[in-house]
Design a protein around this ligand. Structure first.
Ligand SMILES: Nc1ncnc2c1ncn2[C@@H]1O[C@H](COP(=O)(O)OP(=O)(O)O)[C@@H](O)[C@H]1O
Ligand SMILES: CC(C)(COP(=O)(O)O)[C@@H](O)C(=O)NCCC(=O)O
Length: 371
């Protein structure tokens, strides 16, 4: 199986609709998985035991901001992923109804039997979901456990899923069993998983036993960036904001070490180009119309650096070297990943590494689907 089996688009696209002839919006990534035993693209024994659930169910993860869903398109042997705004719960319900309808039409011998729901919305919208799907079993799944099951599913794929990223080295894929993945971290089976959604959850996980503990969190997450930028720029499209950030120049609003010292501060290892104080140039010029791209980039750096730092601190407390980042906050955005990687390398003096996943937004939905 090669890379062409995974497709990613930086902007939501609706190509799933052409495949399924139904309006499934915001489908980001799709994964080709053959569930025949001999062709199975998954290493996990755990998956083999959950194969039927994988085919029979739909997994949904209704978070504070986005409602993610995933299901197996039996006809085309494709795992479909998509999302809606959580506020558009009616839109999610009609999408799920379409999926259920099409399965019963195209594969009447194998109808969708259950919706496995996780995230806060599995509780908040329980009654409306139950009433909307009277003939389908509705199972509620724990959010943190679903994240772990989802991670387990994705990292056991025998194809390109886990990668490191930096602007200088680009994207480098690793496999769970690779010596490079193990060597740099010794034989320790533990990882830190940082899920960046509306808020941030930090979990410690043993990859061998699947034991996990939520060791920390932060309310400064994706919702914070999105909320502050909406307030400042008035932009209501998240992708538009990411695009703006990509073209911005944060040095117009951030106060750099060089702005304070006139040079680098070598004695404590700070380059003149390091950010000394995020957004601090703004107060010096009250009334100035600062460029939205510059502000967006600065805030993206602020939130990402902060998450990177607390993730490093948690990894340090627990003596763990591998830090996985997931959640729709990342959404394959290169600047975000570079900032998180840079923060981990910077604070750990290159002793710890940041890892990313192709399907980073769908850990919860996939975990609910297979659990
Ligand atoms: N299209 C989008 N609309 C809104 N937020 C988005 C979008 N794409 C990515 N995001 C980011 O993802 C975050 C939500 O991540 P997610 O993992 O779905 O969290 P939750 O489960 O809390 O909804 C948002 O706060 C925002 O930072
Ligand atoms: C409450 C949540 C688990 C909900 O998950 P989300 O919808 O943000 O993905 C998450 O927002 C969170 O962990 N917030 C941080 C809470 C804290 O530890 O401070």
């Amino acid at each position: 199986m090669d890379e062409s089996n995974i497709s990613r688009s930086e902007t939501p696209r609706s190509s799933a609709s052409s495949l399924l002839s139904i309006p499934i919006e915001n489908c980001l990534v799709r994964l080709s998985i053959d569930t025949d035993e001999k062709n199975m693209q998954i290493n996990s024994d755990l998956f083999k035991s959950s194969k039927q659930k994988f085919i029979d169910n739909i997994g949904i993860d209704i978070g504070g901001t986005l409602a993610k869903y995933t299901y197996y398109d039996l006809e085309n042997k494709l795992v479909e992923f998509g999302f809606k705004q959580t506020d558009d719960i009616d839109g999610l319900i009609s999408t799920l109804q379409n999926i259920i309808f099409l399965r019963s039409k195209n594969s009447p011998e194998s109808p969708i039997k259950a919706i496995n729901a996780t995230g806060g919305g599995a509780y908040k919208f329980y009654t409306i979901l139950k009433d909307s799907f009277p003939d389908i079993v509705l199972n509620r799944k724990d959010e943190m456990t679903s994240l772990i099951h989802g991670l387990n599913f994705f990292i056991n794929l025998k194809q390109r899923e886990i990668f490191t990223y930096s602007d200088t080295d680009g994207k480098n894929y690793v496999q769970k069993q690779d010596s490079t993945f193990k060597d740099q971290c010794g034989d320790n089976d533990e990882i830190i998983l940082v899920n960046i959604g509306s808020g941030v959850s930090i979990l410690k996980l043993n990859l061998k036993t699947n034991e996990f503990k939520r060791v920390g969190g932060s309310s400064l997450g994706g919702g914070t960036l999105w909320g502050l930028l909406t307030l400042i720029t008035g932009i209501t499209d998240y992708d538009e904001m990411l695009k703006l950030a990509s073209h911005g120049d944060n040095t117009k609003v951030d106060m750099l070490v060089g702005d304070i010292y006139g040079t680098s501060y070598d004695a404590i290892g700070l380059k003149s180009t390091s950010i000394g104080s995020s957004m601090a140039k703004i107060y010096k010029k009250p009334g100035t119309d600062f460029n939205y791209g510059d502000i967006s980039k600065s805030l993206l750096y602020t939130v990402s650096n902060n998450i990177g730092q607390i993730s490093y601190l948690q990894a340090n407390i627990h003596n763990i070297d591998r830090i996985f980042f997931a959640g729709s906050y990342i959404r394959g955005h290169l600047m975000t990943m570079n900032t998180l990687s840079y923060a981990i390398n910077f604070w750990s003096k290159n002793e710890k590494s940041a890892f990313f996943l192709e399907h980073e937004s769908y850990l919860g939905a996939m975990g609910a689907l297979v659990s």
